[in-house]
Design a protein. Structure first.
Length: 110
């Protein structure tokens, strides 16, 4: 979606969007036709609005939260890649990895 659709959808002013983009909270795709926003950007925008308006979080706080959200997404992608790599292993290797994981989790509970 283009910039005006994005702003209309979230009911934000151009100046607000410029802050979000300059902070790196939303990163639109830039084409020769302008900036394009994805559904993920809408979700991020809703989160930013909830944090700033509904919860009263200031800009530095929003920056921390958005950084943590990005880290979480990155870790989930890494975990998905690791899980896929384990699934491609022979069954005995998969069993060994699961066994080791179970052992480590049991040690943590002690």
């Amino acid at each position: 979606m283009d910039e005006s659709e994005f702003r209309l959808h979230l009911q934000i002013e151009t100046t607000v969007l410029e802050v979000w983009v300059s902070q790196g909270w939303v990163v639109p795709e830039v084409t020769d036709r302008g900036r394009n926003f994805r559904e993920a950007d809408i979700a991020r925008g809703r989160l930013i609005l909830d944090l700033s308006r509904a919860m009263g979080v200031n800009e530095p706080g929003v920056d921390v939260v958005m950084d943590l959200v990005d880290q979480l997404h990155s870790l989930r992608a890494t975990l998905r890649d690791l899980t896929d790599a384990v699934r491609r292993q022979p069954f005995d290797v998969q069993e060994h990895i699961l066994s080791e994981l179970t052992r480590v989790e049991a040690l943590k509970r002690r």
